[in-house]
Design a protein around this ligand. Structure first.
Ligand code: ADP
Ligand code: MG
Ligand code: MG
Length: 207
């Protein structure tokens, strides 16, 4: 996969297109701003990317995305996703092309960043409930020798199942945890945005 800027633009487009949906999900168990937060961040990312037209270093692009999310997103999701992109950037630093193995390393680093920052584990009804099963599906496909696009497709399917799973559990991290048992039955907004980003990257890689 090459062209980090186009990949990040595709990702930004999907988040912005799902602004209302993400905000509605957050209205049910949070403070009704996840779509607003993410859209603010990714609109700023789009502006930064168009100014960085010539940037070929995928690590540089991801770092720019991460820094922009941290500086523009007010909610919990900004520093969490920002850290994820910055950690992935460190793996991709200096690279203009990435392969399945590097993507796996980037994915792992991104999840590690979210865990360091948010102190959550899987099963707490957060973005990790989409991302960790997705990473597992990715690496399982990778060891079987599947292509990058197939690994991504399987990862995205696992993320979708992870989003469904968040409906069945109680939130114990973030604002949704204030609801306790009343958070059951609602899907997590952050897990949903994670799924959407993976789906966008997968569609981009397949094109
Ligand atoms: P805020 O809750 O500050 O309004 P957002 O609405 O933008 O921020 O983001 C909420 C999402 O952030 C949640 O749906 C959840 O997936 C994720 N989240 C919240 N706290 C954590 C955490 N400690 N670790 C991982 N993800 C978290
Ligand atoms: Mg919120
Ligand atoms: Mg908020």
């Amino acid at each position: 996969m090459a062209n980090g800027i186009a990949a990040m633009e595709a990702l930004a487009d999907v988040i912005i297109a799902n602004k209302e949906k993400l905000t509605e999900l957050d209205a049910a168990i949070g403070d009704a701003d996840h779509g607003i937060n993410m859209t603010r961040g990714f609109e700023a990312v789009r502006v930064k990317l168009s100014a960085a037209e010539q940037m070929e270093d995928i690590g540089g692009v991801l770092k720019l995305v991460g820094m922009t999310l941290i500086s523009t997103v007010g909610g919990a999701s900004g520093p969490l996703y920002g850290t994820a992109f910055i950690r992935a950037a460190a793996v991709a630093q200096g690279k203009t092309v990435i392969d399945t193995d590097i993507v796996a390393q980037m994915f792992k680093a991104a999840i590690g960043g979210i865990k360091d920052r948010g102190k959550a584990v899987r099963g707490e009804k957060t973005m990790l409930d989409a991302l960790e099963p997705a990473y597992e599906a990715f690496t399982q496909a990778m060891v079987k020798g599947e292509s990058l696009t197939d690994c991504l497709t399987l990862a995205t399917a696992a993320a979708a199942s992870g989003v469904e799973y968040t409906k069945t559990i109680i939130a114990t991290k973030g604002r949704a945890s204030y609801l306790g048992e009343r958070s059951i039955g609602h899907q997590d907004p952050g897990a949903t945005s994670s799924y959407l980003m993976l789906a966008a990257l997968t569609a981009f890689a397949i094109e």
